[in-house]
Ligand binder design. Structure first.
Ligand code: ATP
Ligand code: MG
Length: 233
């Protein structure tokens, strides 16, 4: 993949993620042109998964005026993988907020954004190493994800996630195959689970609500793949 800039592998065994130039912190943005693709859900779940998997401290930044990620964090009561720092910021102030997260010692920072075109979230794209683009696993969703990745090309590494929130999952394999066309990494998928909205409303994750469930397994597998993309390219 020509536009993909892999991060340096730092050590044998489980490599350190701190290969980013931003004082050791790696920032990851969730972005999509369409609304409701799962950006906020994934920012929350991947942040906790990364934290409990040994990449703590993790920060979260909400740049969406709706503040859903910030609200989720307010409802939390701690727990394993709890994000160490969280802030709700204007997109215009994002670069400063990312620097502040790094200064607080975060190793990773997940940034949620409002839906919209790449230009609307340009400060987020400039601030990060990896952009995760979730999409519905249908032709329209796939096309939107590809268009967004095309407008990001060369500025950050892109990882696609198909989200089967609105169907039973039969379409995700095809969608991922279509997304692996050279603009980014087809990182994986999450299946539909009624538990996601319930967990998010309660300030929790599906893994915290139902550790043995398939949704928890989807998130764990997705983060393992994304982490692999970050460290190995
Ligand atoms: N795989 C899934 N299965 C079931 N529900 C899901 C799934 N993924 C996300 N959801 C739910 O779908 C809704 C939309 O998800 P979310 O808010 O994360 O999308 P978003 O991209 O952040 O939306 P917006 O663009 O409005 O900010 C939420 O209620 C969320 O809990
Ligand atoms: Mg959102």
């Amino acid at each position: 993949m020509s536009n993909v800039v892999p991060f340096e592998r730092r050590a044998a065994g489980r490599p350190d993620l701190a290969g980013s130039p931003r004082r050791g912190m790696l920032a990851i943005v969730l972005a999509s042109a369409m609304t409701g693709t799962g950006k906020t859900m994934l920012a929350a779940h991947l942040a906790v998964e990364a934290g409990r998997g040994g990449d703590a401290p993790v920060g979260i930044l909400d740049t969406d005026p709706k503040g859903s990620l910030a609200e989720w964090f307010r409802r939390r009561h701690g727990g394993i993988g709890q994000p160490a720092h969280a802030a709700h910021v204007d997109m215009a102030d994002l670069a400063e907020a990312v620097t502040a997260m790094a200064a607080r010692g975060c190793r990773l920072c997940f940034i949620d954004t409002p839906s919209g075109p790449a230009e609307a979230i340009a400060p987020a794209i400039e601030a990060v190493g990896l952009v995760i683009v979730p999409s519905d696993a249908d032709p329209g969703g796939t096309a939107d994800a590809v268009a967004l990745a095309r407008s990001i090309a060369g500025r950050a590494t892109v990882a696609f996630v198909t989200n089967g929130r609105s169907h039973s999952g039969e379409k995700t394999g095809n969608a991922l195959a279509a997304l692996g066309a050279g603009l980014g990494w087809p990182a994986g998928m999450v299946r539909h689970a009624d538990l996601y909205p319930l967990a998010m409303t309660a300030g929790r994750t599906v893994g915290e609500c139902q550790p043995e469930g398939y949704a928890a397994a989807d998130i764990a597998e997705l983060w393992a793949t994304i982490r692999g993309i970050l460290v190995a390219g």
